[in-house]
Structures are given as C-alpha cells and as structure tokens.
Design a protein around this ligand. Structure first.
Ligand SMILES: [Zn+2]
Length: 148
C-alpha cells in the first residue's frame, strides 16, 4: 500500500463523523431514532448512543477493526509484524470496551462499514435492532417512529 493510501485509511478510521457513521445516523434518523453522539463518558466512546434503550453502537471501519472474512479487511503486504500488532491492539481494545459497556448494562452492537454500502439492508437491520431494543428507562426521552 502506498503512503497516501495508508494515510487516507488512517484518517478515515481514526476520525469521528466518518462517512459510514453519517450514513448510519441518516438511516436511524429516517426511522425516527433519537440518539446522542460520542458519549465520552462511556468506555470506547461509542459512536451512537440511545440512552433510553441502553443501546450503544459502534460504526467500525472494516480495515482497522478487522471485520472477519471481509474483503475490506486485507492485511498490507509490507511491515506485516507492525500491522499485526496494531490490528491485535485494536481488536483487544474493542473487546475490552464492549465488555465494559455490557458490564454497565448496555447492549452493544457493531455496524460494519461494508454494511453501510447497502442502504436498504442497513435500514432494515436498524429497524430490527430498534424493535428488539425496547426502552428500558421511561424517564429518558423515548424513541419515536415517524409515520410516513
Ligand atoms: Zn466489512
């Protein structure tokens, strides 16, 4: 991989408000979802948080977070050791964050970057996700479905 390609990948995954993230937010919004972004007080700073449902979403880049059996999660041909260590650290950190969130009573779901490329399927799975994650705390703002 060339250096510009690598740095493009870097900036894509490290930053917040990535394109896959924006797509997920748009689709959730279309479903009437209410959410907060980037709760820094929660482990791993989840990308999207629905407090009433105690639902935390990570929108993960397939390359950096190692989506299994995904063609976007290739391993660069050079500096294998460096990459393997880096990927290992990323995956370990992700797992740690998920367990900590679950310990705090959150349901955690990962939405993979490649899945955001098929909007209809993404929307359908978000709908199912919301339906299977009812509000648990009535004192918090509800999720409302906008009738279309
Ligand atoms: Zn993927």
């Amino acid at each position: 991989m060339t250096d510009p390609a690598r740095s493009a990948l870097m900036s894509r995954v490290k930053g917040k408000n990535t394109r896959p993230e924006l797509i997920v937010r748009q689709e959730l919004h279309a479903l009437g979802g209410r959410f907060r972004l980037h709760r820094k007080d929660l482990p791993g700073c989840p990308d999207i948080v629905m407090p009433a449902r105690k639902l935390a979403l990570f929108v993960h880049g397939c390359f950096w977070h190692r989506h299994q059996n995904c063609r976007m999660a290739s391993i660069p041909k050079t500096r294998r050791e460096f990459w393997n260590q880096k990927f290992g650290n990323n995956v370990a950190r992700d797992q740690r964050n998920v367990s900590e969130l679950e310990r705090l009573g959150w349901r955690v779901e990962v939405i993979w970057e490649c899945r955001t490329r098929k909007r209809k399927e993404l929307s359908a799975s978000l709908r199912i996700l919301l339906a299977s994650s009812p509000r648990r705390d009535p004192s918090l703002p509800p999720f409302t479905v906008v009738k279309r």
